[in-house]
Design a protein around this ligand. Structure first.
Ligand code: GLN
Length: 457
């Protein structure tokens, strides 16, 4: 496709769906591709991943004038592989949200149906792929932010194992959970991009070491039994699951049975605690990470208080955060203060470990991080991605204003795998429908997971 045609498509998509926070299209496209596995494939990058060619705003007033002097590792790897970045995508501020509504820009519209929420927080990355304007996009997934908008816009969203893809240059939200994820319309593109990004990075202290990568490479064959055993955690099949999603899900299960897979009910009792654990731990980590936006090291300075004036200096800069980010800072700091720490934070950490142990029992090989011994023989876990179809945009702001818990509930199916760091893919159950199925497997076994989805989506 010619350069002008691509640029025209980007402009049209932007005016319809508010996908990008900035889109300086001509220079990056003009200096396009050197060849490589992603030669001339167009990429859209979530605007909490730093780039030299575009500003990085995190959809926040506090960073609205910020441009990074360097590219994140993932951005450099994509460039080296020949991909062409067409813009930075709109998001819930700092990645905090499930609906794509907490942004200083106009909220992203869902290309499937503009009356529906697109989901968050990687809302622009989902819309870039769903509208066809990018071949693939990068998002970040801390508790579901790649998988939920993928389900709501009927595309594929992959959250790799924690530590597989470098976080260097990814603006931290909750660093024990943050992962970079890949969104595309077909699984082959997802796998190709993953191949380019799945590298050890010495600049990211949480990057999975080369030794463990080598060990996993050998173990991965354990999953390659021709017919992996499939488990459905009973905790995921809830009364609240919408009837149309349940029907699609059961049809999919039926198709797997017809193909000869063995499917078993399994139990991970800690799943019931997942939302509370996540919304205790993630805000606590966020409160610490966001301390750097003080108007000195990072963040917008207030011209009125450009120097320290009594106690005003700090407060003025910090007031540039939006309301949801402020909620998280307050909640996070509360849970780090003495009573909250003992009563909530430590308990949540313990419950998280309990959940990881329960997941580890299921899989037939050892988790290389925990070294828990396998007990059962389930290779793959399956569950829906979303409980309900996306809410209508017009009804959202009113409901959320009353109680943010309504928004948090959207993550109920995605958060357990985030807490356990497991590789998980969401893909559409019926083309054009705003819901998906998630497939997850043991930590580190990402390639086998991609192969399973290639054969069964
Ligand atoms: N919706 C969740 C939250 O607001 C997850 C966000 C994410 O994965 N970045 O914390």
């Amino acid at each position: 496709m010619s350069l002008t045609k691509i640029v025209d498509r980007i402009r049209t998509a932007q005016s319809k769906f508010n996908i990008f926070t900035s889109h300086i299209t001509t220079p990056p496209l003009a200096t396009a591709s050197k060849g490589g596995p992603l030669s001339n494939r167009t990429a859209a990058i979530k605007d909490n991943i730093v780039t030299k060619d575009f500003p990085t705003t995190c959809a926040s007033n506090i960073l609205k004038d910020y441009t990074s002097p360097f590219d994140a590792t993932v951005v450099s790897l994509l460039k080296d592989a020949g991909a062409v970045t067409i813009g930075k995508t709109n998001l819930d501020e700092f990645g905090m949200g499930s609906l794509g509504m907490h942004t200083i820009f106009n909220p992203v519209k869902n290309p499937l149906n503009t009356d529906w929420c697109i989901g968050g927080s990687s809302s622009g990355s989902a819309a870039a792929v769903a509208s066809g304007v990018a071949d693939f996009s990068l998002g970040t997934d801390t508790g579901g932010s790649v998988r939920l908008p993928s389900a709501y816009s009927s595309i594929i969203g992959f959250k790799p194992s924690y530590g597989r893809i470098s976080r260097w240059g990814v603006v931290a939200f909750a660093q024990s959970l943050d992962t970079v994820g890949i969104m595309a319309r077909d699984i082959d593109t997802v796998a190709k991009v993953y191949d380019v990004l799945d590298k050890y990075d010495r600049r990211d202290p949480t990057s999975l070491s080369q030794n463990l990568r080598d060990e996993l490479e050998k173990k991965a064959s354990r999953m390659s039994r021709t017919k992996p055993n499939i488990g459905i955690p009973q905790e995921f099949i809830q009364g609240e699951l919408s009837p149309e999603i349940k029907e699609s899900f059961l049809k999919y299960i039926d198709s797997l049975l017809q193909k000869g897979y063995d499917i078993y009910p399994v139990s991970i009792p800690s799943i019931k605690d997942a939302l509370s654990v996540y919304y205790t731990l993630a805000p606590a980590e966020a409160a610490s990470n966001l301390a750097r936006y003080d108007g000195v090291r990072y963040g917008t300075k207030d011209p009125e208080t450009a120097d320290i004036v009594d106690d005003k200096f700090f407060n003025a800069a910090r007031s540039n955060f939006g309301p949801e980010v402020k909620n998280r800072i307050i909640l996070g700091n509360y849970n780090l203060c003495s009573d909250g720490y003992k009563n909530n934070f430590i308990k949540a950490q313990k419950l998280r470990v309990q959940m990881i142990n329960q997941f580890d029992r299921l899989f037939p090989f050892e988790n290389v991080l925990t070294r828990n011994k396998p007990v059962e023989d389930i290779d793959i876990i399956i569950c829906p991605t979303n409980l309900m179809p996306p809410p209508l945009t017009k009804s959202v702001s009113q409901t959320e204003k009353k109680n943010p818990l309504h928004e948090y509930m959207n993550d109920i199916y995605t958060i357990p795998m985030s807490l356990a760091g497991l590789p998980t893919i969401s893909f559409p159950l019926s083309s054009g429908k705003p819901w998906g199925v998630q497939i997850a497997t043991q930590y580190g076994n990402d390639k086998a997971l991609l192969d399973f989805v290639k054969a069964n989506s």
